[in-house]
Design a protein around this ligand. Structure first.
Ligand SMILES: Nc1ncnc2c1ncn2[C@@H]1O[C@H](COP(=O)(O)OP(=O)(O)OP(=O)(O)O)[C@@H](O)[C@H]1O
Ligand SMILES: Nc1ncnc2c1ncn2[C@@H]1O[C@H](COP(=O)(O)OP(=O)(O)OP(=O)(O)O)[C@@H](O)[C@H]1O
Ligand SMILES: [Mg+2]
Ligand SMILES: [Mg+2]
Lengths: 246, 246
């Protein structure tokens, strides 16, 4: 059975793509078969790995393509489904359909052979994110050490719970991941403390602010490849272990 | 006549809200009458100023409220229209209407008495952002010093140009604003150089990375009030001057 995990936070720039890429790549490095689905019209997973493909998740969603047409191998044990701005218009086409929030689940259902499927979400709460929440059984919430990001969490949790209640769909918050953390910054410590107060043990160890994480995408490499002994690589390896043994 | 300016970038966390708040507050400080419209369901303008209001831009958009019901004074010369997550469902209600991308323009048209109207956009390219682009005559594009943010600019510019061509609507890029800039970081210098190569003189002086800009929202203050002699305050004052004399 595939563990279905969405990486979500409607606040922009909190480290969703960075977290999705590294949890996926880290699990693949450890020998697990992983599918990483880019569900953001920005298409930053493809940008990160420096790859393009004419068939994307939008084609899969609108049944213009089958899974084998959109799945690309990028690293040993790691396949991806790319996205681009056609996902924006695909969302608009979904509006007129019935059960339009279950389309991703239906279209990903036939795919097997992966132990993990990780979905990178766009910075929004819309029909696409509802599709991701109805597909996933677990969510990872990356939260940057910013007051505006902290305040937005309540709105996000309400959305997740309303999907669980309203659609009777079992979805758990597997990890709340503090990102851009810096021990010397009082704000970082306060924000992590208040997250732990609100979420308890679900809050993972923080991902430290690390320039290697910001440089890695321009080289088309994960931080594990680009700077294996950096804080970024260590922190994400630690997060990966949390998913390996859960 | 009101100068209509949208602050836009679908990449998340590039400093849109911070830029919208400070260009608006800076112009108001200089004696200009300014309206700041929050057009992001996150509602971060209200979060920043620590205010809520039962009537928001969603009500205005769906004609459930008139301009006088949604406009709130927050500082001398500065009024705001707040937003909240009802803007998400308001967008979905717009889908079934004709001319659904001109609704913001129609609903803001009767408002007068302001020299500037600044619209803070969500990190998306969707029907709401199309509404903002068809209302605005100028755009400000904040870009953080990140490779993923730089790559996304081309997609954004294409969207702006397609609105200009497709809808014969005059819209200019008034400023491309480098944010989170740090002179010691080679990446920052490279990114600004490549922006200047692409956009020329439209690229403003950068806004430096400054902890006061990240602390100000939790105090409900602009950086001009919170830390008037900080780099953040100086850099945004300089940006404001660019709009005062243009
Ligand atoms: N811990 C970190 N330290 C330093 N830089 C980081 C860190 N995590 C992410 N970054 C960089 O910050 C930028 C924003 O991260 P990322 O794009 O992953 O956020 P996001 O939440 O996916 O953004 P969006 O909301 O646009 O989808 C990226 O350029 C990334 O390289
Ligand atoms: N130059 C800067 N230096 C330091 N911190 C900054 C700077 N500009 C903005 N910030 C902080 O970074 C965070 C992100 O900025 P902001 O929320 O304005 O971005 P945004 O583009 O509006 O995000 P979103 O895509 O979610 O709307 C905020 O918490 C803000 O306080
Ligand atoms: Mg992303
Ligand atoms: Mg914002």
């Amino acid at each position: 059975r595939t563990r279905r995990i969405a990486v979500i936070n409607h606040k922009g720039g909190t480290g969703k793509t960075t977290t999705a890429v590294h949890v996926a790549a880290g699990l693949a490095d450890a020998g697990h078969r992983v599918l990483l689905v880019d569900f953001d019209p920005q298409g930053n997973v493809g940008v990160w790995f420096g790859i393009e493909h004419e068939r994307t998740v939008a084609d899969l969603l609108l049944s213009r393509a089958e899974p084998r047409d959109v799945i690309l191998p990028v690293r040993p044990n790691l396949d991806v489904v790319l996205s681009d701005q056609t996902l924006g218009s695909a969302q608009e086409a979904l509006f007129h359909r019935t059960a339009n929030d279950e389309v991703l689940r239906t279209r990903l259902a036939p795919i097997s052979g992966y132990e993990f499927c990780i979905v990178d979400c766009a910075p929004s709460l819309n029909l696409l994110t509802r599709n991701a929440l109805l597909y996933a059984e677990e969510v990872i919430i990356p939260i940057s050490m910013e007051y505006l990001a902290l305040v937005g969490v309540r709105q996000l949790v309400e959305n997740i719970l309303s999907v669980r209640r309203g659609k009777r769909h079992d979805i758990e918050i597997s990890a709340v991941v503090p990102t851009f953390f810096s021990r010397q910054n009082k704000k970082s410590l306060e924000i992590v403390e208040s997250l732990r107060g609100y979420f308890g043990a679900v809050v993972s160890d923080p991902i430290r602010l690390n320039v290697k994480l910001s440089e890695a995408p321009s080289h088309g490499l994960t931080v594990f490849e680009y700077a294996p002994s950096s804080n970024g690589a260590r922190d994400y390896r630690k997060l990966v272990r949390r998913f390996e043994h859960a």
